[in-house]
Write a protein that binds this ligand. Sequence first.
Ligand code: ADP
Ligand code: GN1
Ligand code: MG
Length: 361
Amino acid sequence: MTQTQPNVVKLLKPFGIDETIVSIKNFGNGHINDTLKVETVNNCYILQRINHLIFTDVDKLQHNIEIVTSHIRQKLEETGEKDIMRKVLIFLPTNQGKTYYFDGENYWRVCHFIDNSCSYDEITPPLSYEAGKAFGKFQKLLSDIPDGTLTETIPNFHNMEFRLKQFYEALQNGQPNRIEEVKNLIDAIEQRASHYCLQEKLYREGKLIKRINHCDTKVNNILFDSQTNEVLCVIDLDTVMPGFVLSDFGDFIRTAGNTGAEDDPNLDRVGINLNIVKAYAKGYMEEAHSFLTDTERDLLPYGAALLTYMQTVRFLTDYLNGDTYYKIQYPTHNLVRTKAQFKLLQSIETHLEDIASFINA
Ligand code: ADP
Ligand code: GN1
Ligand code: MG
């Protein structure tokens, strides 16, 4: 999506915000939506442009988010939680009663900025433990939403068979010079393809269930209190939908449990950080042991590898297609990301037993 500077004053009006704006800042480093922090004389908001080329049904997307946030709010109220304003996102309705506004070209939404909060791209083991509890609790809080209530905001989002289908299509229709350039990576992906389609197979056999997942458990999708580092809430709710539980364990390990960056050009820096994984597994299991099936628990280490494999495939597919999905900062960005994810995958694959021991501790 090309980005022109939005007219923030005009965009906030439908949400009933008519205050003098003090500052507007680009915020976050997500690959899909555009996020702005808008400070007015009295308040602070997050204004987001929703990427409707990816989330094609914005009405359903926001409906999902409204169900999720009100469900969590109700649960927090029932348990007498304090400071609820900072523990679940509040999206503002427009004068049309929707939590989004279409300006004729783009879709926008506004939520309250959570005061004194911060997110991290890299964390320490104590914070990883807190994050594990937060994502485990998030799944637990949503576990009683009846089947069929939430829609898949991106169909087949974490379906490995579908992601491989897209990859094979890119091998047919993608940029020939790029396909030639990455022959070794293509081979490595193909060799692992059937191993990483186990979830779909088990689901068909009735051995694995679907439940509500966050599906984007990147470490920067948790807000911490900037003074105490207490977890405040889980954010970035676009992909909360039915899926396999491995997604939420795996994607956190993929992002936080990496000694390097997701797009690290120096592969020597990339590898699994077992201290982070151990702490996350402890926190996550404290919350999740009550609802995980034996099969799900046994597959968690595989989930860490799977989500890293999936991301390798997705970045490479986008590279072969000419960078149509993820925002990039330079022409080979998706290739650099692919190589870094593949290096991480190899590292995780050699530590599956360690991860299992943390889960079963
Ligand atoms: P993206 O799709 O870009 O990942 P996010 O919803 O995760 O979008 O927001 C990007 C960043 O903005 C987050 O990592 C967090 O630091 C910050 N952020 C988002 N929502 C809020 C909020 N309500 N209050 C404070 N900070 C927020
Ligand atoms: C995207 O928006 P962001 O950056 O949190 C992507 C995730 C990927 C991630 C890779 C809707 O998440 O699935 O894992 O990039 N979100 C979508 O960093 O595709
Ligand atoms: Mg995010």
